[in-house]
Design a protein around this ligand. Structure first.
Ligand SMILES: N[C@@H](CCC(=O)N[C@@H](CS)C(=O)NCC(=O)O)C(=O)O
Length: 382
């Protein structure tokens, strides 16, 4: 082919192959090619991972602490406030934000706390959509949309509106005070505690208590195990930067899932017959397990569907009225597979694994038979 027939993109590769021929003959020695590319790719990967996921010296993922904690905020709304001017920012792929959507739905806080749903942009930061371009099969399922409170383009801009500005990570979930124009809190557990008991004057379901005093200690015990080994455990697998760190995380994760599967053989929810905040926190990780963590985060020892009791437990919670509408599977898969570039450079979203479909999750779970007291579901959602 003459140079004149070449497209512009052919030219650099033709120059490269001429140089290669001059230096090495007809082709590069394979060892040299592989070791050069491996070194370059590995250094680039390490650099990208250090931005995505800070690690400790052993290569283990070390999650940064949330900056705005409800209990530390001097100007947060009074928990009993009747007009708290709150607005919730979430992203659908995020398991931490998903907790707040589930508790908001169960407590019937949709009118009291309006929501704006952001979507991940190509650089991983959260942005708002003006046309709903993340499709949902069901019209009731939440989809990304505009910023209904501040009319901004990105979540970073919203964080930046607070007095004194903000340069840190613009994470979801984030609870915003529309009167004071300030961040109330960006830590999911604080937000679900506030939704559970702090806004009962506005909730359609004020009697539902997902953290009753008698169960607080047990809830905390479960949260401590599940946060480390499961909620953050899947991230410790996916973001591990050494074999040693991955092995530790993956063994702790599956040991805990094995233990939970046994536990759920005789108990309906984590703390007995009553759904609690600890169940909500476990649910939002389980619902993503086969969809994204099993493949992308290398949580490969087993699929969740291979755990009969855990899978039925997840279906039980999925089938509580209004919970399924908070689960947008396509947005979850896109959010992980298309955005976490260092883990999936080709950005190809795999086909949905069988067993993750709405129809499968609606199959009978028969877990009400395990309830010791009231055999009917404990959750009454208005
Ligand atoms: N500890 C926080 C974690 C929140 C979090 O890490 N959110 C992620 C999405 S899953 C995020 O918004 N990341 C954006 C960023 O780090 O810039 C919580 O529980 O609320």
């Amino acid at each position: 082919m003459s140079l004149n027939n070449q497209t512009p993109s052919d030219v650099p590769s033709s120059i490269l192959s001429s140089i290669t021929k001059l230096l090495w003959g007809p082709s590069l020695p394979p060892d040299f090619l592989i070791s050069t590319v491996r070194t370059a790719w590995h250094s680039t990967w390490r650099l990208m991972m250090s931005q995505l996921a800070p690690s400790d010296p052993s290569g283990g993922y070390s999650r940064p602490a949330s900056r705005f904690r409800a209990n530390k905020l001097p100007h947060g709304p009074s928990p009993t406030s009747h007009n708290p001017h709150l607005h919730l920012y979430v992203g659908l792929p995020c398991p931490w934000a998903h907790r707040t959507l589930v508790v908001r739905a169960l407590k019937g806080l949709e009118d009291a706390v309006p929501v704006s749903v952001a979507a991940p942009g190509t650089d991983g930061s959260w942005e708002f959509k003006f046309n709903n371009d993340v499709r949902a099969a069901d019209k009731d399922i939440l989809v990304p949309g505009p910023d209904n409170a501040n009319k901004r383009r990105t979540l970073k801009e919203v964080y930046g509106l607070r007095k004194g500005g903000y340069n840190g990570r613009s994470t979801v979930p984030m609870l915003w005070d529309t009167e004071k124009n300030d961040v109330v809190c960006n830590e999911s557990y604080d937000i679900i505690q506030l939704f559970n008991s702090g806004l009962n004057g506005l909730a359609q379901n004020p009697k539902l208590d997902l953290s009753p005093p008698a169960l607080k200690e047990e809830i905390e015990k479960w949260n401590n195990i599940i946060y480390r080994n499961v909620n953050n455990g899947v991230y410790r697998c996916g973001f591990a930067q050494s074999q040693e760190a991955y092995d530790k995380a993956v063994n702790e994760l599956f040991d805990t899932l094995d233990m939970l599967d046994v536990h759920f053989g005789s108990t309906r929810y984590l703390c007995g017959d009553k759904l609690t905040l600890a169940d909500v926190c476990l649910f939002t990780t389980l619902i993503r397990f086969d969809l994204v963590y099993n493949g992308l985060f290398k949580c490969t020892k087993k699929k969740l569907i291979e755990y009969p009791n855990l899978h039925a437990y997840m279906r039980d919670i999925y089938q509580i009225p209004k919970v399924a509408e908070t689960c947008n599977f396509l947005a979850i898969m896109d959010g992980y597979y298309k955005i976490l570039f260092p883990l999936n450079p080709g950005s190809i979203r795999p086909i949905m694994p069988s067993g993750c479909e709405h129809e499968v999750l609606c199959r009978p779970h028969n877990r009400d038979l395990l309830s010791l007291t009231d055999k009917t579901a404990e959750i009454f959602v208005s």
